[in-house]
Write a new protein. Structure first.
Length: 509
């Protein structure tokens, strides 16, 4: 690589401040982005990372301070002006139209036209196929986005950003929904882009990605820039301390709890693939979980982890078979209402689309799964609803100005706490958690881990699905592995080994 390119400051933010009603989101923030380098931005949810990126990419045009591009002051009125200057952003919250195809999403608003000024569908599809080929993604570009899983949609977002002549590429949590193989491909693409001089701005909560990928790191805390360093000159523990303002030694350490009786038992649970009677998403899975036990489920994306939890929760009755026992009693779960009435709660993987109604406030979201708790004389009692929400805001330390704050305005970690509150109000015996810390910062993760531990201490039986091996090892009493829909391993805590657990989760051929 050309050293002159790699050492050049491509873009710079100087003294950036940005306020929203009642909130100072950024306070005199400075940032240097180097060409041909991966410039990582880290910080807790609410630290100001996304606000700063939205300023750099033209989403917000009103702010204090100045932005320099190639040493010259610039001011973007909108994202189109930013893109024309070579700056593209891949948002963590996907910006795709579900009922349009992959190709239509990639070129939305910029469709290629033929001589008759009509959209050249063949060229659009070919161009989309070529872009996705760089990401080793082979899905038919005519497929509607609504048919894709979250990880596949993320790849489409990346392809969309690459369709521009990009010189600065901002990636906000790009691996949060990707499988290990997809992450490997993405990292390879990033290295190709930086070798061409593209500056990558990389927001992440995964500390291991810093050592694997980043050249520089900038730390934000409470809307301020509190540290900047070449990654080779700083330790991960120091970065975490800068992020949260305290030492890593104060972080989560799992406690041992005496295990009680079996709360949940599953026998030979299977789920057939829709439209194909010969293929299974999960096949003959049996497991049990005791009170005060945290059972971790680990597997690669597509292994059947989410499908297992959804089947237990009654979401796939027509295609599933097997038996479920609650406290040694056989229960027939035909839908989620049966599951809730049996004492099962499911915190879904995608909190924004499946866990929350974003336009509703905290109180309304918390009461959704147990509306009877806040009904009096056949009418919704808003005071009871607010009191209930305030109780859980206090218990789970949900940071908000009131229980009337819209869920959409909360940070990822606080949104997840609202989802947890919604289900804890149902007084469950069994708690199913699917990727409970996806897309939240290291401090919020720590709080979720502590909460899981506290709930286990109270006697709940807890099942946690996670694609992060260090996480599943940290919080679990026992771990099972799933590969291609089948149970492939089981490990007691004393036998936990990253190598053995990962090996059990990998296909054998």
């Amino acid at each position: 690589m050309n050293n002159n390119i790699s050492d050049t400051v491509k873009m710079e933010a100087r003294g950036i401040s940005k306020s929203f009603p009642g909130v100072l989101a950024l306070n005199n923030v400075n940032l240097k982005i180097y060409a041909g380098k991966v410039n990582a931005i880290v910080g807790e949810n609410g630290a100001g990372k996304s606000t700063l990126m939205n300023i750099l990419s033209g989403v917000y045009s009103e702010y204090e301070g100045e932005i320099l591009l190639n040493g010259k002051k610039v001011s973007f009125k909108n994202t189109t002006e930013a893109r024309n200057a070579g700056i593209s952003i891949i948002h963590q919250e996907l910006q795709l139209i579900p009922y349009l195809s992959i190709a239509e999403n990639i070129f939305l608003g910029r469709e290629p036209l033929n001589k008759l000024n009509i959209i050249d569908i063949k060229k659009m599809r070919n161009d989309a196929k070529n872009l996705l080929g760089k990401l080793e993604f082979t899905k038919d570009v005519k497929t509607k986005v609504s048919m894709l899983r979250v990880g596949q949609q993320q790849i489409v977002e990346i392809a969309k950003a690459l369709s521009f002549d990009v010189r600065v590429l901002i990636m906000d949590e790009p691996t949060s929904a990707l499988s290990e193989s997809e992450i490997t491909i993405l990292f390879k693409l990033i290295k190709t882009l930086t070798a061409r001089g593209v500056a990558i701005v990389y927001i992440t909560h995964k500390m291991d990605e810093l050592t694997k990928l980043a050249d520089y790191v900038t730390v934000l805390r409470d809307g301020c820039s509190v540290g900047e360093s070449a990654i080779k000159d700083i330790k991960i523990d120091e970065i975490i301390k800068l992020m949260v303002g305290r030492d890593i030694k104060e972080f989560f350490v799992k406690k041992e709890h005496a295990k009680g009786t079996v709360k949940l038992k599953v026998e030979k649970l299977s789920l057939k693939k829709k439209g194909n009677s010969e293929k299974y998403l999960i096949k003959d899975i049996s497991l049990e979980v005791r009170s005060s036990e945290v059972l971790g489920i680990f597997g690669l994306m597509g292994a059947g982890r989410t499908e297992l939890l959804e089947t237990i929760f009654g979401l796939h009755l027509s295609n599933s078979s097997g038996k479920i026992f609650i406290e040694n009693q056989y229960v027939k779960i035909t839908n989620p209402t049966d599951a809730i009435n049996s004492g099962i709660a499911l915190i879904p993987e995608d909190r924004k689309s499946d866990g929350l109604v974003l336009d509703m406030d905290i109180a309304e979201n918390i009461s959704l799964a147990s509306i009877g708790n806040v009904v009096k004389n056949g009418m919704l009692n808003t005071k009871m609803e607010l009191d209930q929400a305030d109780d859980y805001r206090d218990k789970l330390k949900i940071i908000s100005y009131s229980a009337k704050q819209a869920a959409a305005k909360l940070s990822g970690g606080n949104q997840q706490k609202v989802v947890l509150s919604k289900w804890l109000v149902t007084n469950p015996k069994i708690l199913l958690l699917d990727e409970p810390t996806r897309g939240i910062d290291v401090n919020a993760k720590n709080e979720i881990y502590k909460l899981i531990d506290q709930l286990a201490a109270q006697g709940l039986a807890i099942v946690v699905v996670s694609s992060e091996l260090p996480e599943i090892v940290a919080i679990s009493d026992r771990i099972i592995t799933i590969c291609e829909g089948r149970l492939t391993g089981e490990f007691e805590r004393k036998d936990f080994s990253d190598e053995k657990i990962l090996k059990a989760a990998l296909p054998t051929n």
